[in-house]
Ligand binder design. Sequence first.
Ligand code: GDP
Length: 442
Amino acid sequence: MAFESLAEKLQGAFNQLRGKGKLNEKDVKDAMREVKLALLEADVNFKVVKDFINTLTERAIGESVLQSLTPGQQVIKLVNEELTNLMGKTQSKIDFGSKPPTVILMAGLQGAGKTTTCGKLGSILKKQGKRPLLVACDVYRPAAIQQLKVVGEKVDVPVFEQGNEKSPVDIAKAGLAHAIHFNNDVVIIDTAGRLHIDENLMQELIQIKDAVTPNEILLVLDSMTGQDAVNVAEHFNSQLEISGVILTKLDGDTRGGAALSVRAVTGKPIKYACIGEKLTDIEEFYPDRMASRILGMGDVLSLIEKAQENFDEEKAKKLEKKMKNQSFDLEDFLDQLEQIQNMGPIGDLLGMLPGMNSKAMKGVEVNDKDLVRTKAIIQSMTPKERQTPDIINGSRKKRIATGCGVHVSEVNRLLKQFEQTKKMMKQFGGMEKKMKRGGGFK
Ligand code: GDP
């Protein structure tokens, strides 16, 4: 889960305050020392930590906290506010400009996730009603153009390419002209990355910038590289003047140093966060929600949005009907599992619930692999077995288990789980009928 180790340490620091009725200055200072250590261990920039702790201590020693009857909670509230400020206070959206097409220049080092993120961004903007075009300007890495084409195809966003003979500047200009001609209102330009910052690369980006005057220059940063990512951001910003950052691989970043420092060091906002390899694993970056997640206060708003994004109204209506006439079968069960899977890694989803911090999660056996196994078991059943699970006898169970490489007991467990779900639905159905009869449910 993102920020797991930082969250654990910060929550440890607050636990010491929770039990206390009143705080004195020393209590606050002790807690601040713990917070400081947690941030430094998380690889947050040293100067950022220093300023953060100074502001926080000043506020915490102020009258309201020391006189409060729930000082522990007051301190957490302050830390929440200051973490939010550190990451940029409010959400920073894409500036689409006044006249389409909006040009977004993507920059970053090789391996940061630039090409993948072009696809993710294209996909999320398409869902918002835009007509994006991806432009392949990485003419150096042999497979880069092909990779962008594959990504574009997966998210159903067109890709403009002219092979690798022309200069990236010419391709960018031609891509823009193509977008105007074909009515694409957003142009996302994928550029070349190098392993390290390199002057030729920087010059090329500056030339592309001059040629297409982008509305946004977004720097793609691998959050797992911590302070290195922040140094890269500082350099790109000084040369190219970026407009924002997209943080990738937050799913594997237990520390959070880049996310917490990049805004303070460069003055540029984080606009999106990527939380997995799938092309749906991108979300808009909300500093307040991220701070809440770090502090184990949950992020129910993001969870609801994720559910809504993946909600298929047609399917939901069909399911409701099936629940009512009790014809819910294993095909529907599979469908539900797939919808959950589309929402992202289960650990991340649970992490968005209040109280489900890293400690609480340790007791819960949640595993995306379980979901994959369950799907595999259902998929190795015949359509008839899925529709009428009652016919699954011993020999069928054996065949199903062999088909997906699991033990028969796992097939049994799944069937039992399915029966329980069905029973639960039956009870809901019954309850609804009763309430309707009683006039309490219209
Ligand atoms: P580029 O060289 O900057 O264009 O990077 P790529 O788009 O080729 O990505 C490099 C690797 O990082 C690929 O294996 C991606 O699947 C992976 N990747 C990209 N974004 C994420 C992310 O948010 N989470 C995880 N876990 N992997 C990612």
